[in-house]
Design a protein around this ligand. Structure first.
Ligand code: PGA
Length: 247
């Protein structure tokens, strides 16, 4: 049976104390979960979440990192510190970072470099806005976001994780139709194969308004290796339902 990857992006939707209570609720479930589960709490909750996850096979991810290794960058967190806090993964280029923090493609490239140097696997988030889709720019946008990131992996044998996250689907309750999803995921797979000359050690995820009512239909896509879940990952019953789908 295929082992799927489920990433829980808690964003800033859960304060520290709430996150700590939630992790205690999650641990008994995580202990017997068969799928690969990666939790991405806020920076402050990373170390304690890592400690709580010890009796489970779940893994820890951060939501972003600095584009710099170290220096006078007030408020930023470097990749090495994330590694020391227990992170094995980190999101790169989430659309909320691109929108609210004005992160550019060059920023995402530098972040991916820092992460690979720190032996953290980047989770590359790419996706088009509604306007770009209606202007038939979906694939040119995906290409502009993905190509420079793939270049960073040239000599690396790290797992390549790409999350297709159309901006118009995040937090809106709308998900792509099955044909829109398949078309985008197939394009991403093909693009990776062409640019890297290989497709092994690649994980393709979908994210955007995933809940327990629509996850199963998305997972029917033959191109999909897992899901990146935002809001629903903070609802214990929904998260459990999603992650238990393929058991
Ligand atoms: P959502 O968020 O599931 O709440 O739409 C997904 C994401 O932003 O990764």
């Amino acid at each position: 049976m295929k082992r799927y990857t489920y990433i829980a992006n808690w964003k800033m939707n859960s304060d520290y104390n709430t996150s700590m209570r939630y992790i205690e609720q999650l641990v008994p479930f995580l202990k017997q979960a068969e799928q690969r589960i990666i939790l991405c709490p806020s920076f402050l909750a990373l170390a304690q979440t890592y400690a709580s996850l010890a009796p489970t096979r779940a893994l820890l991810g951060a939501q972003t990192c600095s584009a710099f290794a170290k220096g006078s960058y007030t408020g930023q967190i470097d990749a090495q510190s994330l590694k020391q806090a227990g992170c094995s993964f980190c999101l790169v280029g989430h659309s909320e970072r691109r929108t609210y923090c004005h992160e550019t493609i060059e920023d995402t490239v530098q972040q991916a470099k820092q992460l690979l140097q720190a032996s953290i696997t980047p989770i590359l988030c790419i996706g088009e806005t509604a306007e770009q889709r209606s202007a038939s720019q979906t694939f040119s946008i995906l290409e502009a976001q993905l190509t420079p990131l793939l270049n960073v992996y040239e000599d690396s044998c790290a797992e390549l994780i790409v999350a297709y996250e159309p901006v118009w689907a995040i937090g809106t309750g709308t998900i792509p139709s099955r044909s829109q999803l398949d078309e985008a995921l197939a394009w991403i797979k093909e693009h990776i194969k062409k640019q890297r000359n290989k497709a092994d050690n690649t994980t393709i995820l979908y994210g955007g308004s995933i809940g327990d009512a629509n996850a199963a239909s998305c997972l029917e896509s033959p191109f999909l290796d897992g899901l990146l879940i935002g809001n629903a990952s903070l609802d214990f019953q929904k998260f459990k339902n999603i992650v238990s789908l393929n058991c």
